[in-house]
Design a protein around this ligand. Structure first.
Ligand code: NPW
Ligand code: K
Length: 540
């Protein structure tokens, strides 16, 4: 598992550790790790550190201190290092003295600073780290823009110190301008903002430098005190259901799918395709696309009636392609009346938004909502003012938590970073049901939010959400807890898309990597789930 901690937790861990160490020890650990990453990158880029041109952008805090000390280390290895100080009178004294002693220089004036940046091989962004508030301040914006020009024109590498300046460390939100980095070297633990878009996109490839904070952060204890976590191959291998000698199709789980309509039969076919690859023992389909479904997938048990006319299932997927007619309403009602986990997606979410959270009242079995930003907007509008979809996409954690609180449901918010929020405790639900203050991220004392590390822009294709619903429902029917089912399904779905796009079974490329290969269709993603499953099990 990859964990990320909030600024508050990092500060507390830092204070506890610093009390036992000589002053400045942590900053030296951070600077050493940062300089090592930069040296490796310069060697790859130019053949050696010696003679390379490095510009350090240094703000007024310890983030600038890290960057200056790392600059000093690179200067000692023969790099030409120049520092641009955003507020010279507040620059980190020790760091600046070390840089000067190593032969580094300070650049004066905006014009010269911008010129140096544009000619640099490597720019270190030490403007602001976890002490930052809001986007970049106006005085820093021209330098961030020069660094971007240097990346685009000259192939310079921009390395962010701890996190890209201007990105909110706790949420990944970007309010105004921010630095775009190729590599981010972060200290002690990941910050949530490095794993969630838009912040994750600004961060590029993230490298973690161990500075000894682990024990203080509760590492090793399940979940520790993380606010966000991301599954890795080994976690997924441990979650995926594998049949035993005693398994029959009922023990492996039976999923009910209520999807599709005369107008949108394809959504039913795609949801069933996802379900059949998701690990359940059998799939029952209920709805008016029964003929299309059975023609395509003869192994499906079909009825043209609604969920109430279907035999026993262990979970329901309801919504993809249902439309908004009376049959769609009936399918949603009947699925919700069954005392098993229910995943509501697509048109099902639109119907739910018309009714609001009251539609879920009295249910005991879990509900899992899987909206994209537009559907989340509609669901939120039922209980609060509707915020535009772009706002939801840019503040993913906050809005997903709000939705989970308002509906008392597990929420999988799809998008450039898919996030999975556990259902709130009953007490929190009562609180938000009165529509007083919205909870914000991170939830105090809450369970970590899962973020999916395998997403790819190739998944922005028609029908891919229907396939995800099917895979998730299948894992629910197989008995996984809703948060596990949702996060495991998102992981497999992303990996399958990458595998199908690359035309081979691949490793999970790091976040920030360019998408590889060629476009894929939703059905191809469903078919590639098997290869994704195999590669996960091989790694586990
Ligand atoms: N925690 C750890 O374990 C370790 C942490 N370490 C390092 O320390 C870093 C945190 O250092 P920090 O606390 O000094 O804060 P930091 O981010 O440098 O900001 C400082 C000042 O910037 C300003 N400012 C605010 N917003 C701004 C904006 N939008 N745009 C521009 N400027 C803005 C504001 O100052 P003001 O100008 O208001 O006086 C603020 O006080 C951390 O990220 C890591 O790199 C490592 O050395 C080792 C272990
Ligand atoms: K920074």
């Amino acid at each position: 598992m990859r964990y990320a901690h909030t600024v508050e937790r990092v500060r507390a861990a830092e204070a506890a550790l610093m009390a036992r160490l000589p002053q400045g020890a942590l900053m030296q650990r951070a600077a050493a790790g940062l300089a090592a990453t930069c040296a490796r990158a310069l060697s790859d880029l130019r053949g050696s550190v010696y003679g390379s041109r490095v510009v350090v952008l240094a703000g007024s805090g310890d983030n600038g201190g890290d960057a200056l000390y790392a600059g000093a280390r690179l200067a000692r290895r023969g790099a030409g290092v120049a520092a641009v100080l955003l507020t010279p009178e507040k620059a980190h004294r020790g760091g600046l003295a070390a840089l000067r002693a190593a032969g580094g220089t300070v650049v004066h004036g905006r014009g010269e600073g911008e010129q140096r940046i544009e000619r640099a091989d490597l720019v270190l962004d030490g403007i602001v780290g976890i002490g930052g508030q809001g986007g970049l301040r106006p005085e820093a914006v021209p330098f961030a823009a020069a660094a971007q020009r240097a990346r685009e024109r000259g192939g310079a590498l921009v390395v962010a110190v701890d996190l890209p300046s201007g990105v909110d460390a706790d949420t990944g939100e970007v309010h105004g301008a921010a630095v775009r980095a190729d590599v981010t070297v972060t200290f002690g633990t990941h910050k949530p903002g490095l794993l969630v878009d838009p912040g994750a996109e600004y961060a590029g490839v993230v490298r973690l430098v161990d500075i000894g904070l682990g024990p203080e952060l509760g590492e090793g204890r399940p979940g520790g005190r993380a606010a966000v976590e991301a599954l890795q191959h080994a976690d997924l291998a441990a979650l995926l259901p594998v049949p035993t000698a005693e398994s029959d199709k009922y023990r492996r789980g039976v999923l009910g799918v209520a999807a599709g309509s005369a107008r949108y039969p394809g959504a039913a076919v795609l949801a069933v395709a996802g379900a059949l690859h998701g690990g359940a023992g059998a799939v029952r389909y209920a709805g008016s696309a029964a003929e299309e479904v059975v023609r395509r997938f003869p192994e499906t048990l079909v009825t043209s009636g609604g969920p109430a006319q279907t035999g026993r299932v262990q979970a329901w997927v309801v919504g993809p392609g249902l439309g908004d007619g009376p049959e769609a309403h009936r399918a949603l009602d009947e699925a919700l009346a069954d005392d098993v986990p229910v995943l509501v997606d697509a048109d099902g979410l639109t119907l739910l938004a018309q009714r609001g959270p009251v539609a879920l009242e009295g249910r005991r079995a879990p509900v899992l909502l899987t909206p994209h930003a537009g559907e989340a907007t509609r669901l939120l509008a039922a209980v609060h003012r509707g915020e535009p979809a772009e706002e939801v996409a840019h503040a993913r954690l906050r809005h997903a938590v709000r939705l989970a609180e308002a509906y008392g449901a597990v929420v999988l918010l799809k998008g450039s970073t898919t996030v999975v929020v556990p259902a709130p405790a009953e007490s929190a639900r009562v609180h938000s049901a009165r529509y007083r203050e919205w909870p914000s991220f991170p939830v105090a004392g809450g369970t970590p939010v899962r973020v999916n590390p395998t997403g790819t822009p190739w998944l922005a294709t028609a029908g891919s959400g229907d396939v995800l619903s099917g895979i998730t429902g299948s894992l629910l029917a197989a008995g996984l807890a809703p948060v596990d089912a949702a996060s495991a399904a998102a992981y497999l779905h992303g990996l399958a898309a990458r595998t199908a796009a690359a035309g081979r079974s691949g490793t999970v490329p790091v976040a920030g990597a360019e998408p590889q290969g060629a476009p894929v269709t939703a059905l191809e993603v469903a078919a590639a789930v098997r290869a994704a499953w195999r590669s996960v099990r091989a790694a586990g």
